[in-house]
Structures are given as structure tokens and as C-alpha cells.
Design a binder for this molecule. Structure first.
Ligand SMILES: [Zn+2]
Length: 97
């Protein structure tokens, strides 16, 4: 006859083993899930960067420029100063980037 304690140990060992199997399965799923989240976050970050860049570019296109001779603010599409008539400096446009 098998001692009761030996039987209990066997049951306990099986439960512990099952728990380990279950835990490793959970770890695996968690890892895959985390990898998906990281990937999604990386994509989201890249998207945000692209959107921020597009926004900055759009703003740069409509940004007013300041005349380097008289300091007047001119519309983005003006090629010369509306106040003194000086041509828009390309260097100044580069500086505003
Ligand atoms: Zn001017």
C-alpha cells in the first residue's frame, strides 16, 4: 500500500509541474504581447515623427519672414520686403529653418 504522504507528494509534484508549464506558457504569451506592443509603439513613434515633420514643413511654408534691412515682417510668399522693397534673403530663409 502506498503511503498517503507519498501519494500527496506525487500530486503536489504534478501540480507544481503543471504550474511551471502554465507559467512558461503565460511568459511566452506575455513576451509576444510585449513584442507586439513595442513594435506598435515604434510604429506610432515613427508616425508621430513624420507628422511633426510634416507639420513643421507646413508651418515653414506659411511662416512670415523678417526683412534683414528694415526688420519688417513679410508674408511667406513675398519675394521682397513690402516695406523697403529689399529682396528676400535666401540665407535668412535658411536660418529660419
Ligand atoms: Zn525691409
Amino acid at each position: 500500500m502506498v503511503p498517503v504522504e507519498a501519494g500527496a507528494d506525487a500530486v503536489l509534484a504534478k501540480i507544481v509541474d503543471d504550474l511551471k508549464t502554465a507559467q512558461s506558457a503565460v511568459d511566452k504569451v506575455t513576451k509576444v504581447d510585449q513584442a507586439k506592443k513595442d513594435d506598435a509603439k515604434a510604429k506610432e513613434d515613427a508616425k508621430t515623427d513624420a507628422e511633426a515633420k510634416a507639420k513643421a514643413d507646413a508651418e515653414a511654408k506659411v511662416a512670415r519672414w523678417t526683412c534683414e534691412y528694415c526688420g519688417s515682417s513679410n508674408p511667406h510668399d513675398a519675394t521682397s520686403c513690402s516695406s523697403c522693397g529689399a529682396p528676400r534673403s535666401e540665407k535668412k530663409a535658411e536660418d529660419e529653418k
